[in-house]
Design a protein around this ligand. Structure first.
Ligand code: IMP
Length: 427
């Protein structure tokens, strides 16, 4: 019963979509376990190029079941648009399931995300403004509305009325904004219930059945480990855990059923939004990585901050997730560089350290200690065997492997599914 978790190992945007799409061709079930439409996955396959925010990448494999787990937060209008877009391009969504326990993003969540960011001024997180922080606050604050709730319309109206009273008091009293209409939101979400009702169910029996029948299950992560609310660069983080521990919590697959944990690392680093990023290149080299790699957010279109591979962050990520294997993506983006740098340690207040400080103010002061490595200066995008990679590329990869402490199993050298080098078995 292989259950394989696919986890972003850096600050998100590591290219998980391509890897999950590839692996899902041999998977029976793909389940997403965290985040919402703050995530953006670009998948390029035989059917074309797709930008997904919510739907698990397994949707493209006929016969594969795709699940949005209880740990995901769902903006119903975004999901409906995504389903319609997929259907209009001939993609079957009849094997999509939504956990009845997944929380819904409500109009006030999106509104509060914007108002709170504005109120923070210079200390703003740079969120995606999709309502992610507010919806997870309501989840733990016991004010949330879950997918299953909207199916019982009478009970939903009572529940919404209670929550909205509180939200409107905040909106009018604290932010000086007009109140939201109960009737409008109720009608809007009843429409979503009619449209999405057929997908909403208890997902536990589906997963139980898959495990009992020895099916291959992929657990698809969103965002990256350094955006984790506990272990990331708090408060410059997202609001649900991208880590392997949450792959279980956000889907209902228990930890003893997890058989492999694959960390996805980009061959360099990028980050969107504010927060510490020790290897950031605010110069022409950073611009070159951004332009070569088209490093612009799938969700917001914002330019991503780019920098060298950070082995300190990556080693930390390997430890807290328990990676059993690594996939290195976007190696081809580094093709033209004569020299590359890998950050092996930080200099903090004059002292060299080899760990990620828990204190974010200290993380802001960390300066990278680099090891310089020769570039390969040739095109690797047509290479399909590890031994055919130029020696300098193999040296770069094996140094990364050594520093992160986990074997490399896959290398991606282009955005198409077949532009992949398999180094070892994933599980
Ligand atoms: P939120 O998740 O919208 O609340 O944003 C919090 C932080 O996480 C911001 O810095 C975002 O840019 C970042 N973030 C959220 N989702 C993603 C993602 O899918 N990729 C990269 N960064 C993300």
């Amino acid at each position: 019963m292989p259950a394989i978790a696919i986890i972003g190992a850096q600050w998100g945007d590591e290219g998980k979509g391509k890897i999950v799409d590839r692996l899902s061709q041999k998977a029976d079930v793909v389940v997403r376990y965290s985040g919402g439409d703050n995530a953006g996955h670009t998948v390029v396959n035989k059917r074309g190029e797709f930008k997904l925010h919510l739907t698990p990448s397994g949707i493209f494999t006929p016969g594969t079941t795709s699940i949005l787990g209880n740990g995901v937060v769902i903006n119903p209008s975004v999901l409906i648009k995504e389903i319609e877009g997929l259907n209009s391009r001939g993609i079957d969504t009849s094997r999509l399931y939504i956990s009845d326990r997944a929380h819904l993003i409500m109009p006030y969540h999106v509104l509060f995300d914007g108002l709170e960011e504005e109120a923070k001024g210079d200390a703003a997180i740079g969120t995606t403004l999709k309502g992610i922080g507010p919806v997870y606050c309501d989840k733990v604050g016991r004010l949330g509305i879950r997918a299953g709730d909207i199916l019982d319309k009478a009970a939903f109206k009572k529940q919404l009325a209670g929550v909205l009273k509180y939200k409107n008091a905040l909106l009018t009293g604290v932010f000086g904004k007009p109140p939201l209409s109960l009737e409008d939101i109720y009608q809007e979400y009843c429409g979503y219930a009619d449209r999405l009702g057929k997908y909403i169910c208890d997902i536990i029996p589906i997963l139980e059945e898959a495990i009992k029948n020895n099916k291959v299950i992929l657990m698809e992560g969103a965002q990256g480990s350094m955006l984790d609310p506990d272990f990331g660069t708090y408060p410059f983080v997202t609001s649900s855990s991208p880590l392997s521990g949450n792959a279980c919590l956000g889907s209902g697959i228990n930890p003893s059923q997890l058989t492999a944990v694959i960390g996805i690392f980009k061959a360099y680093c990028s980050r969107v939004g504010a927060g510490p990023f020790p290897t950031e290149l605010k110069d022409a080299t950073g611009d070159l990585i951004r332009e070569t790699g088209h490093e612009y957010g799938t969700t917001t279109g914002r330019p991503r901050r780019c920098g060298w591979f950070d082995a300190v962050v990556s080693r930390f990520s390997t430890k807290i997730n328990g990676f059993t294997g690594a996939a290195i993506t976007r190696l081809d983006i580094l093709d033209t560089f004569p020299k590359l740098n890998i950050c092996t340690a930080y200099k903090l207040d004059g002292k060299v350290i080899d760990y990620v400080p828990g204190n974010t103010a200290a993380m802001f002061r960390c300066e990278p200690v680099y090891e310089e490595i020769d570039g390969w200066q040739c095109n690797v995008s047509d290479i399909r065997k590890y031994e055919d990679l130029p020696l300098a590329a193999r040296r770069y990869l094996s140094r990364i492997e050594e520093l992160i402490g986990c074997p490399i199993k896959l290398i991606s050298v282009g955005k198409h599914a077949d532009q992949t080098i398999e180094v070892g078995k994933l599980h």
